[in-house]
Ligand binder design. Sequence first.
Ligand code: CA
Length: 367
Amino acid sequence: MGGGDGARSRRWFLGGAAAAAAGCAGGSVGPAVHTQRHVRWRLASSFPRSLDAIFGAAEVLAEQVKLMSGGTFEIRVYPAGELVPALQVLDAVQSGTCQAGQSGSYYYIGKDPTLGFDTCVPFGLGPRQQTAWLTEGGGAAALAPHFAAFGVRSFIGGNTGAQMGGWFKQELGGLSDLAGLKMRIPGLGGRVMSALGVSVQNIAGGDIFPALERGAIDATEWVGPHDDEQLGFHKAAGFYYYPGWWEPGPSLSFYVGEQAWSALSAEHQAIFTAAAAFAARTMQVRYDQRNPAALARLVAAGVQLRPFPVDVMAAAKAASEQMLADDAAKDPKFAAVLEGWRQFRAASATWFGTAELAYAQAVGGSG
Ligand code: CA
C-alpha cells in the first residue's frame, strides 16, 4: 500500500510509547486523539428520493460516514436532477462538480461498453454472484482501469436483486407475440429485445405510466414489486412477467473522484469503504424485505403473474450471447473482461445450481 502504511504504523508505535511512558509516570491515560481535518463532500445521485431503497442507500452512506468519523467527514446527498441530471453522475464526479456519486455504471456504456459489467449484463450474474465476482473474483480489479480513465473509483453500492421482466397489457403466447410489441426497456436488454422483434422505446421513469396507460407502449420494465407498485404500472397493464433476464442482479455503485479520494486521510478512506459496504447491504436487505409484501399486494389486486414463455427465454439467451460476442469482437478490452467473467459465470452457475437451486425449488411457492 506504499508509504502511508509506514507512516501509520509509526504513529501507532509512537502513540503506544507515549501511553506507556504516561503509565510509568502514574498519569491518567485518555483515549488516543487523532486530529482529523474536517471534510465536506457532495454526492450526486442518479435516483429520485421516491426510490427509497436505492436512494436511501446513499443516505445511509452519508449517515454512517458522519457517525463513524465523529462528524469530521460529512457527505451531502443530492437526488437526481438537483446537482446534475440523472445520467450525468459519472461526468460530474469526473469533472469535480461533486466528490462522489451514486449511479448504475451501465448508464455509461456509451462512453465505455465494459463499464456495463460493473452493474450487470443480460443473462449475467445473480446478486450474490455479482458481488462475489466484483470483490473476490477479480471483477473490480479488471474494471478499475476503466474507471481510472475517468479519474474515478467505483465502490459496490447495493443491489436490487433479480428484477422482474415487467408489465404487459396482453398475455404472451410465445416468441412470435414479441414482433412489433412496443416496450420501454433501455440499455443492453433493449438491444436484445430489439433483436427479438420488439419495437424498443426509451422513456424516462416519470413518463412511463402515462405512456402505458394511453397505449403509446404495450409493455414496460422497471425494477421489481416494491418500486413498480409505487409507479402504479399494475393500473395500466395486467400481466407481470418474470424474470428480468437482462438484470438478474444489478449492482449499483458509489463513485469517488481520485483527487478527492487521495486527499482523504487513511482513517477517512477506511470509514468511507466500510460505510459503502454497510449501505450496499442495507439496499439489498430492504429490497428483500419489501418485495414479498409488495408482490402479495399486487397479486391481491388482480395482477396476473407469468413466467416468460420457454421459447422467449431461449431466444433471449441466444441473442444475448451473440450480442456480447459481437461487442467483444469490436473491443479487445471488453473481450478481456468478458473472458474472465464468462469463466466465473460458468463455475458460479454450477455451484449455485446445486444446493441453492435445489433448496429454492423445494420451498419455492410453498409459503
Ligand atoms: Ca430494470
